[in-house]
Design a binder for this molecule. Structure first.
Ligand code: GTP
Ligand code: SPV
Ligand code: MN
Length: 564
């Protein structure tokens, strides 16, 4: 606060607001690299040497040069912090330890919310392996340029580098989110993904939740959606159907392994939420709002004159005439075009998980929770039905590899282009994506209870650009259908692209739903879509496409081509 980086929001206890330099507001995928001796440990053998979009390789020589260019002296005149942290409960056999060096006090505060930071780490560390994390905002003092918003960063020199062989992360130039809170994407997905590959488990961009139905039966699901596509919201939904209870285990990352009984178990390695603020309100996500009543840090949101936070979506929850200051420090009035939007579209809240009223009693259980279903999804305005079920594990892996989504503000991409984001992992891969897919296929073994795999789309629109599905708490209706499918109820029918609900088998009581439009599988759309998917996989994964996945592609494509 003395330096001006944070100030207090007086409306809630122990809650602070922070505005960054507007050049440092999201992950920078184009500057995210993975270092390996062999290029193809990181990248796939792309067709005709096409540039890889699935992990970017840097050679050890270039990595060394990049570090030498940036790091010597980079923290001069600044405080350096040493952050010992655990991903997962401290001392659990499934947890992993990291140590982050950083010169950002904002990072220190957020790491204490997002991970388990404690002196006990040194005690349990012993001679165990730990992940080395090095972070600098890249602004030695005295600074010879203007610091914007008291937020030091070095956008021209940003690099987020990973050395999976050495279990090390090196990040320079950005203080924002996944670029700087190195326990999250860098460690828990990219480095842990590689450790998981070596050790036979999985590190995935997935929420973890449970649903209990009116009969008292509880099932756990994980769901992988690309960034800003609804994980935090689904993980905490307030079900609209009476008699159902949802509990949250995690909202962004799942570490999963099969136990000796062949059951897939999942833990949330994180300790807090770094959630998208815009769109969050008491209607869409009351449990997140409850978590935001104290002990939080809000980044790049707007502020009301009475010391509260504000963002797009909270219009009905504050006084209509209250003066608002935007994330850029400009005056704003609700409904006005001037200085809209008040908050950056990737503005975020950082909240301790224990603040969320529906955390599952087992959310910190070192054994994890048993997973019955894996859900993929994305923002698909056109063509893709509300839910598809995979025919088996192999087809499910193919459904995951097919994931595409409209670009969002969580990364640097502009506009609403539909981008491939296979397994919702495109920005978070730490090794060759063909090997990653083979690793998924290898999970299926005799004696293992393979979870069912689904694909959902909450974002299909009609001709007037209106969502066909109300989403949020109503998504319980789709989860209920999935639970019944896990129990083997005969409520699905085959199509060229997978199983879909028999008409009327999803409870839509009280909703005004156009079933035909919501569930249709337009042949022309799917023909061009699957041909485009083939082009993409052949270009990007090339010879590394696992043979089993290639035959899934051939099989589904032939069926789609035969559609009338
Ligand atoms: P990351 O933290 O970036 O990984 O994002 P996330 O996957 O957790 O996404 P989040 O739940 O924060 O949702 C992002 C945006 O999608 C928010 O603006 C939500 O309001 C919106 N959203 C979430 N769920 C739904 C839904 O069911 N329907 C609609 N229409 N919008 C949704
Ligand atoms: C995402 O982009 O998927 C996030 C936010 O969860 S960040 O931690 O910044 O990557
Ligand atoms: Mn995420």
């Amino acid at each position: 606060m003395e330096r001006g980086t944070l100030h207090k929001l007086t409306k809630y206890p122990n809650t602070y607001i922070c505005r960054t330099d507007p050049r440092d507001v999201a992950r920078v995928e184009s500057r995210t690299v993975v270092c390996s001796v062999d290029r193809y440990a990181t990248e796939c053998h792309t067709k005709d040497g096409a540039a890889s979009q699935l992990a970017h390789w840097i050679s050890p020589e270039n990595m060394d040069a990049a570090m030498q260019e940036r790091f010597p002296g980079c923290m001069a005149g600044r405080m350096m912090y040493v952050i010992p942290f655990s991903m997962g409960p401290i001392g659990s056999p499934l947890s992993k330890i990291g140590v982050e060096l950083t010169d950002s006090n904002y990072v220190v505060l957020c790491m204490r919310l997002m991970t388990r930071v404690s002196h006990d780490i040194w005690r349990v560390l012993g001679n165990n392996e730990f992940v080395r994390c090095l972070h600098s905002v890249g602004c030695p003092r005295p600074v010879n340029y203007r610091v914007v918003n008291h937020w030091s960063c070095n956008p021209e020199k940003v690099i987020i580098a990973h050395m999976p062989d050495d279990r090390m992360v090196v990040s320079y130039g950005s203080g924002y989110g996944g670029n700087s809170l190195l326990g999250k994407k860098c460690f828990a997905l990219r480095i842990a993904g590689r450790i998981a590959y070596d050790e036979g488990w999985m590190a995935e961009h997935m929420l973890i939740m449970s649903v209990t139905n009116p009969k008292g039966v509880e099932k756990f699901f994980v769901a992988a959606f690309p960034s800003a596509c609804g994980k935090t919201n689904l993980a905490m939904i307030q079900p609209t159907l009476p008699g159902y209870t949802v509990r949250c285990v995690g909202d962004d990352i799942a570490w999963m392994r099969f136990n000796k009984d062949g059951q897939l178990m999942a833990i949330n390695p994180e300790n807090g939420f770094f959630g998208v603020a815009p769109g969050t309100n008491h209607q869409t996500n009351p449990n997140a709002m409850a978590a935001l009543q104290r002990d939080c840090i809000l980044t790049n949101v707007a502020e009301t004159a009475d010391g509260g936070y504000f963002w797009e979506g909270l219009e009905d929850e504050v006084d209509k005439d209250i003066p608002i200051t935007t994330w850029l420090g400009k005056p704003y009035k609700i409904g006005s075009k001037e200085n809209y939007p008040s908050s950056h579209p990737n503005s975020r809240f950082t909240a301790p998980a224990k603040n969320c009223p529906i955390m599952h009693p087992k959310w910190e259980d070192p054994a994890g929770v048993p997973i019955s279903g894996i859900i993929f999804g994305g923002r698909r305005p056109e063509g893709v039905p509300l839910v598809i079920e995979a025919e088996d594990w192999k087809h499910g892996v193919f459904l995951g590899a097919q994931v595409k989504s409209e670009a969002t503000a969580a990364a640097e991409f502009k506009g609403k282009q539909i981008m491939h984001d296979p397994m919702a992992m495109r920005p978070f891969l730490g090794y060759n994506f063909g090997k990653y897919l083979q690793h998924w296929l290898d999970m299926e073994k005799p004696g293992r209870k393979m979870p069912k795999i689904f694909h959902v789309n909450w974002f299909r629109k009609d001709q007037n650009e209106k969502f066909l599905w109300p989403g949020f708490g109503e998504n319980i209706r789709v989860l209920d259908w999935m639970m019944r499918r896990v129990d083997g109820e005969d409520i699905a029918e085959p199509t060229a692209v997978g199983l879909v609900p028999k008409e009327g088998s999803i409870n839509t009581d009280g909703l005004n739903i156009n079933w035909k439009e919501l569930f249709s599988i337009p042949p022309d759309y799917w023909k061009s879509d699957i041909h485009e998917t083939r082009r993409y996989l052949e270009e990007q994964v090339g010879d590394d496409i696992p043979p089993v996945l290639r035959s899934e592609l051939d099989r589904v494509e032939a069926r789609v081509d035969a559609m009338k």
